[in-house]
Design a binder for this molecule. Structure first.
Ligand code: DX5
Ligand code: ZN
Length: 220
């Protein structure tokens, strides 16, 4: 079953709590929290206090935290304490992968790694059996509202095949960036099972209908 993780980056931050509640009621499976440090990516978004407040307001939501920061290892604990359910960090970051994965587990969260468009999917293979999820970026991380890069679809297909070969049937594969009903279908066919969508959900006139369209449910 396809899961949808709306990215709060596209929300109206002045009404963040209400908007998150609204997309969860409209059928979102989790909330995608895009954290940017102005160093790993050329943009600054939000940090620990925002997650902390959201978690207090909506304690039952699943918080899918995407760290686009240079030193994720240093921030695993604070984000876990603030309510993260799953923490994704980038293979291209400066933190050691094994140590960062261990820290995420130690903090009681699910663990994922992400690859930018220029990173080959083979880079994930040494870690595959230690992951709950792999995040394939389908845009250059840093900004919402960019166009989907179709190369991501082949990466998803490759990773799903490799996961199956290894008997890792539970591994989630997430795609992030430029997801709309058309690109969602391509990703799902290739084996992705968690899709991030910012603009397509938060900027839609009817977010519930937008979520149904992303799931490929006709008549939305
Ligand atoms: C990009 C972020 C994405 C982004 C998705 O750096 O990781 O989560 O907000 O936004 P849309 O769906 O608008 O492409
Ligand atoms: Zn993201």
């Amino acid at each position: 079953m396809l899961k949808l993780s709306p990215s709060i980056l596209a929300a109206d931050f002045a009404r963040l709590g209400q908007q998150c509640e609204m997309v969860l009621q409209a059928g979102a499976d989790m909330l995608h929290i895009d954290v940017m440090d102005g160093h790993f990516v050329p943009n600054i978004s939000l940090g620990v206090p925002v997650l902390e407040s959201l978690h207090k307001a909506l304690p039952d939501a699943f918080y899918d935290v995407h760290l686009m920061i240079s030193d994720p290892l240093a921030y695993v604990e604070p984000f876990a304490r603030a309510g993260a359910s799953l923490i994704t960090f980038h293979l291209e970051s400066d933190s050691p992968v094994a140590e960062t994965l261990a820290a995420i587990r130690q903090a009681g969260c699910q663990a994922a790694v992400s690859i930018k468009p220029a990173t080959p999917p083979e880079a994930v293979l040494p870690w595959l059996d230690q992951l709950d999820m792999v995040l394939v970026m389908s845009v250059e991380p840093g900004f919402g509202g960019q166009a989907f890069m179709p190369e991501a679809v082949d990466k998803v297909r490759f990773l799903r095949t490799e996961a199956e070969k290894r008997g890792l049937h539970q591994l989630m594969i997430q795609v992030d960036g430029g997801i709309n009903p058309e690109t969602a279908a391509l990703c799902a066919q290739a084996g992705a099972d968690v899709l991030v969508a910012g603009s397509a959900v938060f900027r839609a006139a009817d977010p519930a209908a937008a979520l149904r369209l992303l799931r490929g449910q006709e008549g939305a």
